[in-house]
Design a protein around this ligand. Structure first.
Ligand code: 13P
Ligand code: SF4
Length: 324
């Protein structure tokens, strides 16, 4: 490991199974700079489970699914938060920490679900279904959250829907998540037509082929996958729920039907488990790199701002979710 600085070098053992030694020097200088900048700026890095291993395992202070990142964002004591994830996650962190600086290393880190719906669309849904509460997936803009009664994530969607004590809810914008939750509850769910561009590409035939090629494989799927895909899986849950499943059940062979970095990040902790790795990349998550995390800390960019009136309403929807 010549050419790496001591602190980055000491971190390499965490990722040696998923990052070839020849690639490590490329990361090491940025890792050391980020570790120093975090101390100097009193900053923490929150990273989603889809971040690449050198971010997830080497510079992040808090990792998790969308729900965990929202929960833990509330407990942060540092002055600045760098959100290694996509824009809606940074907005959620800012909603919960209006006084803190929240940075997103690349403003282009969006989400096809967040792009699928506008505040005007939500108002039209309310007109069409008067009195029906609106449950909004966190994968939306703060402006859409502000039009909603309560938010949910893939980790708590069923509990949120059922917490309202009503026979019917509008659930926006992920059609497949809505259908997958509808299959688990008596509450009638009115859905929108948004899809995750990563998970919508998986098909039931993919799962059947995997099972044929890898006998005995345990199939875990994210609930943003189409219901026909979830029906072929052994388990469906949020990114954290999939990771917990692996830790709890320790299947001999597993495939995670989700974004590619998940398997890299989870496999590091379970050297005896065989991870089969067909996956789809999220181009938005992959915009975040060590280089732009370093630049975010060096140049204080890109600070997330939210219109204060809108933030009050959006924050309420997120806080209601966190109270469930
Ligand atoms: P999780 O809340 O399960 O981490 O999912 C977030 C996401 O963007 C999945 O595509
Ligand atoms: Fe959005 Fe899908 Fe990417 Fe998650 S994986 S951030 S839902 S596009």
């Amino acid at each position: 490991m010549s050419g790496t600085s001591p602190s980055a070098a000491s971190l390499y053992s965490r990722v040696e199974k998923v990052i070839p030694a020849i690639e490590w020097p490329v990361f090491a200088a940025d890792i050391d700079a980020i570790l120093r900048l975090k101390r100097e700026r009193n900053a923490v890095i929150l990273a989603h489970n889809y971040q690449t291993p050198e971010i997830f395992h080497c510079v992040a202070d808090i990792v998790g699914d969308s729900l965990a990142l929202a929960r833990k964002a509330m407990e942060v004591e540092a002055e600045a938060i760098v959100l290694a994830g996509v824009h809606f996650m940074a907005e959620t962190a800012k909603l919960l920490n209006p006084e803190k600086t929240v940075l997103i290393p690349d403003m282009g880190a969006g989400c096809s679900l967040a792009d699928s719906i506008t505040p005007e669309d939500v108002r039209l849904m309310r007109q069409r279904y008067p009195g029906v509460p609106v449950v909004t997936y966190v994968n939306t803009s703060a402006a859409v959250k502000a039009e909603s009664d309560i938010c949910c994530t893939s980790g708590n969607a069923k509990a949120v829907v059922e917490s309202l004590g009503v026979p019917r809810v509008i659930m926006l914008p992920d059609e497949y998540l809505a259908q997958n939750i509808a299959a688990q509850t008596d509450v009638e769910i009115i859905a929108w037509k948004g899809h995750c561009e990563v998970h919508e590409r998986f098909t039931p035939a993919d799962i059947r082929e995997l099972r044929e090629a890898h006998p005995g494989v345990t199939v875990l799927a994210h609930p943003e996958c189409p219901p026909e895909v979830v029906a072929e899986a052994d388990f469906a849950g949020s990114t954290a729920a999939m990771s917990d499943y692996v830790g709890r059940e320790k299947p001999a062979r597993v495939v995670l039907i989700t974004e590619c970095s998940m398997s890299d990040n989870v496999s590091v902790g379970y050297p005896d488990i065989e991870f089969i790795r067909p996956c789809n990349l999220c181009p938005h998550m992959k915009r975040i790199t060590l280089g732009n995390i370093r630049a975010a800390l060096e140049e204080n960019r890109h600070a997330v701002t939210i219109d204060p009136d809108l933030a009050v309403r959006a924050r309420l929807a997120v806080e209601r979710m966190l109270a469930v």
